[in-house]
Design a protein around this ligand. Sequence first.
Ligand SMILES: CC(C)(COP(=O)(O)OP(=O)(O)OC[C@H]1O[C@@H](n2cnc3c(N)ncnc32)[C@H](O)[C@@H]1OP(=O)(O)O)[C@@H](O)C(=O)NCCC(=O)NCCS
Length: 141
Amino acid sequence: MIAATAADSPSLAALHAAAFPPAEAWGADAMALMLAMPGAFGLFEPGAGLVLARAVAGEAEILTLAVTPAARRQGLGAALLDAASEAAAQCGATAMFLEVAAGNAAALGLYRAAGFVEVGRRRRYYADGADALVLRRDIGA
Ligand SMILES: CC(C)(COP(=O)(O)OP(=O)(O)OC[C@H]1O[C@@H](n2cnc3c(N)ncnc32)[C@H](O)[C@@H]1OP(=O)(O)O)[C@@H](O)C(=O)NCCC(=O)NCCS
């Protein structure tokens, strides 16, 4: 797994575009902006998957997580999530949060298997009218 820099933004965008529908894909500029936020970092497996996260004031957040269709169900999503949690814990975070569409069965399966629990729901959060679930888990020691 590789730690992403701004120079990797086009590769990250290509991975995102392979994993999400066109309307939801983030371009290279968006990736660079995300990575420039305070506490933000990215990890990726070239050609296969990426995670962007942020750790600020003891709390961490998954900004995006994606695995290309050909690389799914081989444990990469879980490995990216674990690596991001470990990196966030090293930055002092003790809890990890994320938002996921209520109907995203694959992501919910992954997050629940990783120990995340639902702590909130944002009604009609996404452009298509879907609710977002807010999930949380403890990280670090
Ligand atoms: C969600 C996603 C990242 C999962 O990546 P992945 O590499 O396939 O996940 P893993 O192989 O590590 O799966 C780990 C566990 O998650 C669960 N899981 C993964 N995909 C699943 C699916 N389609 N249905 C049900 N459970 C699933 C399983 O418990 C799985 O363990 P198992 O394979 O031993 O049964 C991937 O499907 C993806 O990129 N989807 C599109 C983008 C997206 O929705 N990102 C999340 C936005 S919040």
